[in-house]
Design a protein around this ligand. Sequence first.
Ligand code: NCD
Length: 334
Amino acid sequence: MTQLPPLFSLDEMKSKHEPPHPGISNGLTGQDILSVNQFDPDLIDYIFSRAVEMREMVAKSGASDLLKGFVLACLFYEPSTRTSSSFIAAMERLGGSVIPITQGVQFSSVSKGETLADTVRTLEQYADAIVLRHPEIGSAKVAADYASVPILNAGDGAGEHPTQALLDLFTIREELGRLNGLKVAMVGDLRFGRTVHSLTKLLTQYDVSLRFVSPEILRLPLTIMNDVIDAGLNVRETHDVADVIENADVLYVTRVQKERFNDLAQYEEVKSHYEITPELLERAKEKMIVLHPLPRVGEIHYAVDHDPRAAYFRQVQNGMFIRMALLAAVLGKA
Ligand code: NCD
């Protein structure tokens, strides 16, 4: 992989960020989306309502010109299929256009040693917002401190993935009709999985029970567990998916994040720890859902795809509606 240029440390920086545009009701206009901590249940409901409208609009007419004249830059320093494609599709279905730096930053000046700070300060000369995926925790915040246009965090290393968490939560609500009262089990790489980190933090705002299922070395980071405990939620950790399968309303399965391991031998030890099979699902509730942020690399057998409870491709589609809603909100059009 290309050697990445060094990032500035957060301490070295003074915020150059513009204040939010005055007089806008959704609270997101002109704002970065860096963490799920920015979202309370009212704002989440607002985004979900906009996403439902986007779904209806797409079903009726396929596209609109809500964001006509706006340009989005997609800057991806890590591989992506769904996140990049759904942001691009979202922007295009709203009549906007995209600068796609998603096919590998080795084809951009990053490979000449340009820093993230300079890259975002360049892209903002062309674009109204920047979607960023980067391997370092905190990188989205660094970019936001330099850019005067909104930065949307599409994954900062093992940190957060807020737009994914919103689409995950939206999928749960759409599939099961509610959020409160649910039992949510997270399975797999809870340590490095940024989607788990963001979704868990979002769920602390609801009345849910959480079960964390992982091998010992992939347990949820303590800071996030403390958030869950502080929120007073019913929570338990286990190594065994059999402990949670019968009661779970949501089984959120994740890939072991190979790229975050320093020791690949350790990865090999845990990579195939969990496999969701039709036999396992026979013991699950009739009305429950299996989610996965994807890509999967063997955690969910293909045979499970035929089960109506397998909601991961419907989850993919929701990603586009949520990102349409978020782009419209950030750009002052929702
Ligand atoms: C996830 C990611 O990149 O964090 N994928 C995604 O955005 N849908 C999950 C993963 O890579 O395992």
